[in-house]
Design a binder for this molecule. Structure first.
Ligand SMILES: NC(=O)c1ccc[n+]([C@@H]2O[C@H](COP(=O)([O-])OP(=O)(O)OC[C@H]3O[C@@H](n4cnc5c(N)ncnc54)[C@H](OP(=O)(O)O)[C@@H]3O)[C@@H](O)[C@H]2O)c1
Length: 315
């Protein structure tokens, strides 16, 4: 069979993490309506009920779009491995991956059954493993496979206390995982640029305005009152508007996608301006150090094998 040409109107297979709420849900709803028949959205969600509710909405809005619910709680590395196995057994390629799921506000530090800070694991490490293990499928895309990371430009790595056992705040936990994601995507970008004929792109995307997401149902009352005031003055966008902003990143051609690779961008008036990175994120030794620590923490032979194979292909 002739390979499908990579135009905006061709069908796609796209996996979105954290598709049950917020930015991930917005991306899923808008993509479902924009994708041509034969496309498929794979929605990674931890809650079956919440995932099915999104699928019901998609069925109403875009009956032509196939959806698959991939149940996975990112606080459990075992569940992440099971989800990866499910995807690699079922699909021969993926066209895009949206690394989005994340914990925002939390009242206290939560330690996962894998012994990690929940923000670190959910927002970063579990999705580090997911990304690495799905790269072989993304390399088979006819469109130039792309991985889009939901990221913000704040944050630093607390090298001496990465699991934040000594001095946890939810802000530190969120921003550390944002910094880790950005270092990871820069590192992957550098590796893949050294691989002949590489077609992948790794893009950090920061929403242009705060998104009125499920976080508003979780935060304490006082914070919610402040947020409601900000909303009155137009300080928020809806999950759907966030999805519309992002849509070109999933559909644009390979050349445009590759131009954005390795960058943190945002959206502004239908353009995607770059956001300048801090020196810590750009530090190649720090990126390598985080890569090694992350491989150790994953404790997964297959993730390590894929990492070794990628490096062996660099020229
Ligand atoms: N909202 C903003 O303006 C904004 C701006 C910049 C960055 N961010 C970041 O973007 C990410 C998403 O935020 P959001 O505002 O869209 O939040 P949200 O509405 O709370 O959505 C978060 C998504 O991640 C999922 N998730 C959380 N823990 C999970 C786990 N253990 N396993 C699998 N999925 C899990 C949630 O599932 P459930 O539906 O089951 O809870 C939900 O689908 C967060 O990291 C946040 O810090 C948000």
């Amino acid at each position: 069979m002739e390979p499908e040409k990579g135009t905006a109107n061709s069908r796609r297979k796209i996996l979105i993490t954290g598709a049950s709420n917020g930015i991930g849900k917005g991306a899923a709803l808008i993509l479902a309506q924009a994708l041509p028949p034969g496309s498929e959205l794979i929605l990674l969600c931890r809650s079956s009920a919440a995932g099915k509710a999104v699928i019901e909405v998609i069925k109403r809005l875009a009956p032509h779009c196939s959806t698959t619910l991939l149940l996975c709680d990112l606080t459990k590395m075992g569940a992440v491995k099971a989800a990866i196995t499910e995807v690699t057994k079922k699909y021969d390629h993926l066209d895009a991956l949206f690394i989005n799921a994340g914990i925002g506000y939390a009242a206290r530090r939560i330690e996962t059954e894998d012994g990690m800070d929940a923000h670190f694991q959910v927002n970063y490490l579990a999705q580090f493993m997911l990304t690495l293990r799905l790269l072989p499928l993304l390399e088979k895309s006819n469109f130039g496979g792309r991985i889009i990371f939901n990221a913000t430009h704040f944050g630093q790595i607390f090298w001496d206390d990465m699991q934040l056992q000594n001095d946890w705040t939810y802000e530190k936990a969120i921003f550390q995982s944002m910094a880790a994601k950005r270092m990871f995507l820069r590192y992957l970008h550098r590796l893949y640029r050294q691989i002949p004929q590489s077609r992948l792109s790794f893009i950090g995307y920061q929403v242009r305005k705060t998104v009125w997401s499920n976080q508003l149902n979780i935060i304490p009352k006082t914070m919610k009152m402040m947020a409601s005031l900000v909303k009155l003055f137009g300080g928020f966008i809806s999950v759907e508007d966030s999805g519309r902003d992002m849509l070109p990143l999933f559909l644009e051609n390979e050349t445009l996608s590759v131009e954005k690779s390795g960058k943190l961008i945002t959206s502004k008036k239908n353009l995607f301006p770059e956001i300048a990175e801090s020196n810590e994120i750009l530090d190649e030794h720090a990126q390598e150090k985080l890569w090694q620590i992350s491989l150790e923490l994953c404790k997964d032979e297959e993730t390590r094998n894929i990492a070794t194979q990628i490096k062996s292909r660099t020229s």
